[in-house]
Design a protein around this ligand. Structure first.
Ligand code: GLC
Length: 430
């Protein structure tokens, strides 16, 4: 009896517990259902991105063989030219492709992330996609270039990002569109079957994004060049920590903004005049590029500087020289570029300021070497200075604080070229 009565109460208790558990479970379930899909970059991903500050953009594809701009020549071209452009992959064979070298050059130049064109507007896939034959596996080269790029850069501790164009002009070509091709294509509108699996354009691109985010190691940035409707939430669903650059954050192209923008933001720029390889291109000087980098960082942005490899897979010599020049400057000055944020004032004449994220130092980068050895910085008037150093020299500099500002006594020899950085360590956090 006793046992039975125990059995009864235990039974009732168990039944109650089950009811509670079920109710609780379905409440949790309902809660999960209610949670809206992620529709923004996570704060932590933004912070990481802003810390990197400087990245390498790579525009490459079979088009390098004709030395013209990537994709754009087919935008409004004759059928004959389009036939020619879309056949270029049949002869693409970059036998000297050596991404380890690119990654090494980028790392030395202080670049902390890379963004590689996996699929540009003209739709060619620089990776092994099972949803199309218009990809690297069907070239004479026949090996997965994107996989090698990812591996090589990660090995150098450079974060990896993929450029992916939602506009797909090969889709338009294959589905019979004549006339001008559309840059800002609303992908979900295109329902004609495409690719080896006969998918709509939206299905096709979602599948490809799945491939890029799952088969190629850790992806930290996606760079959607165009209207990414239908792709962004899908991206964050698969990889919530990915930072989506263009199509979410501001990405001024080939120019610097006039004033600081709300972060994170990124200027992308070519070293020469074209995104992909252009024989005998006209290049900017290392001084110009260093100055851009400094100004962009002082305004709170990132600088994504582009290279365009040759058809054989090597980087053009002038681009290598530029990367080496940047490396020499960064060797001395990197700490004023990495892990910094915009300070209260970006600029005083030729001097641009950044501040370490943890506020442990303010950097005053002089874009011109002053003629006099005593220089006055009005903007630093209120900083409670503990010490002042010139990056590249070990001794502390003499300085004085007066009503007008901070006056610093500079040495006669310059420790580097292009631009010079004073590191001002405050006595306490100002
Ligand atoms: C533009 C161009 C494209 C290039 C991109 C890089 O959107 O259409 O060719 O890849 O800029 O920022």
């Amino acid at each position: 009896m006793r046992n039975r009565s125990v059995g009864w109460s235990t039974g009732i208790a168990l039944a109650l517990l089950m009811v509670i558990a079920l109710a609780f479970g379905s409440a949790v379930h309902a809660g999960e259902k209610k949670q809206a899909p992620q529709d923004h970059n996570k704060k932590a991903s933004e912070e990481k991105f802003m810390d990197w500050g400087f990245g390498l953009f790579i525009h490459w594809g079979p088009v390098a063989q004709i030395g013209k701009e990537i994709s754009w020549p087919v935008h409004d071209a004759s059928q004959e030219f389009r036939d020619k452009y879309f056949s270029l992959y049949k002869t693409f064979n970059p036998v000297k492709f050596n991404p380890e070298r690119w990654a090494e050059l980028a790392k030395d130049a202080g670049m902390e992330y890379v963004v590689f064109t996996t699929k540009h507007h003209a739709g060619f896939c620089m990776y092994d996609s099972k949803y199309t034959d218009y990809d690297i596996m069907n070239t004479p080269y026949g090996k997965d270039i994107t996989a090698r790029v990812g591996q090589a850069f990660r090995d150098e501790n450079v974060a990896v990002g993929w450029y992916y164009s939602p506009s797909d002009w090969h889709y338009l070509y294959k589905t019979g569109h004549k006339g001008k091709y559309d840059y800002g294509m609303v992908v979900p509108k295109h329902t004609k079957p495409y690719g080896t699996h006969n998918l709509t354009l939206l299905e096709y691109e979602r599948k490809q994004i799945e491939e890029l985010l799952t088969n190629y190691g850790k992806t930290e940035v996606m760079w959607y060049d165009g209207n990414a409707t239908g792709l962004k939430k899908h991206t964050w669903k698969l990889a919530p920590d990915v930072l989506i650059a263009r199509s979410v954050i501001k990405t001024p192209e080939q120019k610097l903004p006039k004033k600081p923008l709300e972060g994170p933001w990124e200027t992308c720029m070519t070293m020469g005049r074209q995104w992909d390889y252009k024989p005998n291109d006209n290049y900017k000087s290392v001084t110009q590029l260093v100055h851009n980098l400094v100004k962009i960082r002082a305004m709170g942005g990132n600088y994504l500087l582009n290279v365009g490899p040759k058809p054989d897979g090597t980087l053009p010599e002038p681009q290598v020289r530029i990367l080496k020049g940047l490396a020499r400057w960064m060797k001395t000055n990197a700490e004023a570029i990495h892990g910094v944020r915009a300070w209260k004032t970006p600029q005083e004449g030729d001097v641009w300021f950044t501040r370490k994220k943890d506020r442990s130092a303010v950097y005053a980068v002089m874009l011109r070497w002053p003629e006099k050895s005593r220089v006055m910085f009005k903007t630093l008037k209120d900083v409670p200075v503990k010490s002042v150093r010139l990056l590249g020299m070990s001794d502390e500099l003499e300085w004085e604080k007066g009503g007008k500002g901070l006056s610093v006594h500079l040495p006669s020899a310059k420790p580097c070229d292009h631009a010079w950085t004073l590191k001002i360590v405050p006595r306490e956090q100002e």
